[in-house]
Design a protein around this ligand. Structure first.
Ligand code: SF4
Length: 163
């Protein structure tokens, strides 16, 4: 199985057109105000020594507490499913590397709420399916159909897609 990145898992849920653009080296993230706001909130929320752990260039964990608890900060719950599966994938990825017993916590900055995440058997099956589908999308010659949705106005690819 060709493992994927956490960002690819996230984009799979957000927009498959975006996933294809991103995995073909078309990267416009720096143009997005929304991303800048999200980064600024993240920077302010936790101490510097807590920050980002990159593993194999594939998964980037915001910070770890209590050894086996991985934490992710997000601006809001707007992309809740994408965020949840991104964290589930981190836990799955670590399990594949022999690190068992990892759990996750997502911090939503706008309402200061948090959600605890545990990897269950049915999540693992779905993650395997998602990885296969992501690899199929990456191999496509052309991007999947664009679908205009409420996420588009906050997407860094908006101008490329709709202007
Ligand atoms: S603008 Fe919309 S359709 Fe285009 S990549 Fe972004 S989310 Fe997908």
């Amino acid at each position: 199985m060709n493992l994927v990145t956490g960002t690819e898992i996230n984009y799979y849920f957000v927009c498959k057109h975006k996933l294809w653009l991103f995995t073909h080296g078309i990267n416009m993230e720096h143009n997005s105000d929304y991303v800048d706001i999200g980064n600024a909130l993240h920077e302010k929320s936790f101490t510097r020594e807590d920050k980002e752990i990159l593993i194999d260039g594939r998964i980037k964990i915001d910070f770890v507490r209590n050894q086996l608890e991985i934490h992710e900060t997000k601006k809001s719950k707007a992309m809740e499913e994408a965020t949840k599966y991104q964290i589930l994938y981190y836990i799955y990825y670590l399990k594949m590397k022999g690190v068992d017993g990892v759990t996750g916590v997502i911090h939503y900055m706008d309402n200061h709420s948090k959600e605890e995440i545990t990897l269950r058997e049915q999540n693992e099956e779905k993650i395997k399916q998602i990885i296969e589908e992501i690899n199929k999308i990456k191999e496509m010659d052309k991007p999947p159909q664009k679908v205009k949705s409420k996420v588009c106005t906050k997407c860094s690819y908006y101008e490329l897609c709709f202007c």
